[in-house]
Design a binder for this molecule. Sequence first.
Ligand code: NAP
Length: 260
Amino acid sequence: MTNEAATRTVLVTGGGRGIGRATSLLCAARGWAVAVNYAHDAAAAESVVAAIEAGGGRALAVRADVARDAEVSAMFAAIDRALPPLAGLVNNAGVVDLGSRVDAMTPARLERMFAINVYGSFYCAREAIRRMTTKPAATGRAGANAGGAIVNVSSAAAKLGAPGQYVDYAAAKGAIETFTLGLAKELAGEGIRVNAVRPGIIETEIHASGGTPDRVAQMLPLLPMQRAGSAEEVAEAIVFLLSEAASYTTGSILEVTGGR
Ligand code: NAP
């Protein structure tokens, strides 16, 4: 593949680190041009872009806080200018917070949790739909689009509830699963498939950001395979759902939990 070969673009939110990084790299290996979104860590996103370009692929690092609607709109406009037409969106950007009981959760904590993990996915989906729907008149836009695929990143927390730890995060991921089911039906006749992955315990930096850097080791006895998953294992599921191999799959939530 050469830098000019990619004819369609996927946006991976939070594409510079963890599951997003692995997804960006695998998408590039499968021939996608990749928009690598980040919020704070420009160096991580740029290193993903450099790795993709070194492999002959095409990529762009784009900063936007997905919780900020205007930044999301500007990000999509920048992608339009620099890369081939958008045909994929991976709503991966997400945060946890420190362990807390529900009765101790502040409004500021809840606002951040739902703004990034839920509203951000809605904002990005809105922009992606406008660029991908084969019925652009439905969005008030003219012109022909070629369809596409959206993959949302949920969590096993959505089914487990994360009691005593982060019920707010679990509830936000529950919202993402319902969003996936509804949006899949809404767009099924418009050439856009919508699915989600539900990762279990995956080795990334997110556990340290939730105040438990040793969470993987703590959880080990509870994991049926007696190991955590890797970001690459989640990326494989995401890229499958993005691909034509999943052409009749929409509205599904794919477990990547090692049986948990
Ligand atoms: P991570 O290593 O902590 O990476 C999080 C990524 O999200 C970073 O690239 C970060 O960007 C980005 N991000 C955070 N806030 C953002 C914002 N406001 N706008 C744009 N980007 C933002 O996390 P991860 O483990 O790879 O998690 C990725 C997804 O998988 C999340 O949705 C998470 O909930 C989900 N998940 C993870 C696990 C797990 O065990 N790791 C399990 C289930 C689900 P910067 O680099 O700029 O900070």
